[in-house]
Write a protein that binds this ligand. Structure first.
Ligand SMILES: N[C@@H](CCC(=O)N[C@@H](CS)C(=O)NCC(=O)O)C(=O)O
Length: 207
């Protein structure tokens, strides 16, 4: 893609990573496509050249306009959201504890589904049935939790980090084969439809 403005910042991602997706969503939501180049990193590979860039080897990783690197989706998203001095995806919910509780519950749900996904990409004889069962049960409990709460005010308001985190988690579970967590949960299914249709969600759908 060619852009009028120089893409000075760089965001390292993998296209399957839910946390990298969150950062990619913020770039679209904040219309920063012209300023941030998205680069696919080679993670989980011995001696990957990416380890010279980010020693932790994780994505997302952002290099800012000054060439300074930072990792973790929470930090990167807050940084990108604040670049224009109007951090609407964060500030709208700052000190809104009812919203933040749900945002961090969604992150917890996502962490568990990511563990499940990681386990499933291992060779079959290296997978832990105990871990898979544990994460699968956690995902179901969290889906029940959100079935009760997506109709509450916080998640009905304009989309913020919590909305995106929850939608990413549910879509990842579906994509990776853990199942459709919205099936049989009509409120969650309805809520998912409204968020999944957002252009930033559509444009960042995992391959
Ligand atoms: N807490 C981190 C989690 C990032 C993370 O777990 N990234 C995974 C992909 S989903 C990764 O890069 N894994 C590669 C590795 O562990 O070497 C965040 O929110 O950014």
């Amino acid at each position: 893609m060619t852009h009028g403005w120089r893409q000075n910042m760089k965001l390292y991602v993998t296209y399957g990573s839910p946390y990298a997706r969150l950062a990619r969503i913020i770039i679209i939501e904040k219309a920063l496509e012209d300023r941030v180049e998205i680069i696919e990193a080679k993670t989980r590979t011995p001696r990957s050249p990416y380890y010279q860039i980010n020693p932790s080897g994780r994505v997302p990783y952002l290099i800012d306009d000054n060439g300074v690197g930072m990792e973790d989706s929470q930090l990167i998203c807050a940084y990108l959201d604040g670049l224009d001095g109007k951090p609407r995806l964060h500030m709208a919910h700052a000190s809104d504890w009812a919203y933040l509780r749900l945002e961090f519950a969604a992150r917890s749900m996502c962490d568990g589904i990511a563990v499940w996904g990681r386990e499933m990409v291992r060779p079959e004889n290296e997978r832990s049935p105990t871990t898979l069962a544990h994460e699968s049960a956690r995902a179901q409990r969290m889906a029940d939790f959100f079935e009760e709460r997506v109709t509450d005010l916080p998640l009905q308001g304009s989309p913020g980090m919590g909305h995106f985190m929850l939608a990413i988690a549910v879509e990842m579970a579906r994509k990776r084969g853990l199942g459709d967590l919205a099936a049989g949960r009509p409120q969650l299914a309805n809520w998912m439809r409204s968020i999944s249709d957002l252009p930033s969600m559509q444009k960042t759908a995992p391959p």
